[in-house]
Design a protein around this ligand. Structure first.
Ligand code: FE2
Ligand code: FE2
Length: 276
């Protein structure tokens, strides 16, 4: 099994910057890839821009092997409740939407969903939701089709988070002989959200440490934070694989960052040491 998981491609920003981060990967990196997972934030404005991003990735990997987990940006100028349309856009390019999707690659099962957040990290859900609404573009650019296309609200995001979390718990409670890898856009662990605590942390992730300790998946890979941290919680490797915006990536470092999401051939994830 060989999979590459990349978060926060923000393809539109790299095009604007006239840089191609994927040129940094070698033919050996791409060779024999069973799956390419996008851990959210492929681009803003999916209706217009996803196809260009997917076509670009399809130069390197069969689009049928590309699985896109939507991030918050993938709903910009779009609607929170139109995953069916996102699936059509992906399918139009021969790729796959992976929202509440279980994808098996040889013996490994990948459980994929956006996850979002419960805003509960600081113990002040209403306060964190006010901060989110004031400071996050999500609440300006994402609309809710079934609510007469008004802007999405934080309590609706919490409902989706709970639904995604319940789905992950249900899937993890089903027996599986091989490894289990979770891929989400949002961060599941308080210690990996940011280098120093900020009041926006509850927007970027939730404290799911108890859930991780209970189910002990082999790995939980995520994006969204653009903070390239990793740790072990018991048996589970928890790792951010954000590429990030071009102005966050020094030219020459793209390959090193992208390779952080490479899972090796029959690699035992429980033996992988978490970096600093
Ligand atoms: Fe991002
Ligand atoms: Fe994001």
């Amino acid at each position: 099994m060989k999979a590459l998981i990349i978060g926060d491609v923000h393809f539109d920003r790299w095009i604007e910057a006239e840089r191609d981060p994927f040129a940094a990967l070698t033919p050996e990196d791409w060779a024999g890839l069973d799956a390419l997972f996008i851990a959210g934030d492929l681009s803003d404005k999916p209706r217009v821009r996803w196809k260009y991003a997917i076509r670009h990735l399809a130069r390197h990997v069969d689009p049928g092997r590309i699985h896109i987990i939507p991030g918050n940006h993938d709903y910009y100028d779009f609607q929170i409740d139109r995953d069916d349309r996102l699936a059509e856009i992906a399918a139009g390019e021969g790729a796959n939407l992976a929202q509440k999707a279980e994808i098996k690659v040889t013996d490994t099962r990948f459980l994929c969903c956006t996850l979002w957040t419960d805003f509960a990290l600081r113990g002040d859900v209403p306060g964190s939701q006010v901060i989110a609404r004031e400071r996050m573009n999500d609440y300006r650019y994402i609309r809710h089709a079934k609510a007469k296309y008004r802007k999405v609200r934080p309590y609706e995001i919490v409902q989706i988070h709970q639904e995604h979390r319940a789905w992950l718990e249900d899937r993890m409670s089903r027996p599986h002989a091989g490894q289990t890898v979770l891929i989400t856009h949002h961060c599941p662990h308080p210690e990996l959200i940011s280098a120093a605590p900020t009041e926006l942390d509850p927007v970027y992730g939730s404290d799911l440490a108890a859930m991780i300790a209970h189910f002990q998946p082999d790995a939980w890979i995520f994006g969204h934070t653009h903070h390239r941290a990793e740790a072990r919680e018991g048996a589970t490797l928890i790792k951010n694989v954000s590429l990030g915006y071009p102005d966050e990536v020094t030219p020459g470092r793209e390959g090193e960052l992208l390779r952080r999401g490479l899972l090796g051939v029959d690699e035992d994830l429980r033996q992988v040491t978490a970096g600093p």
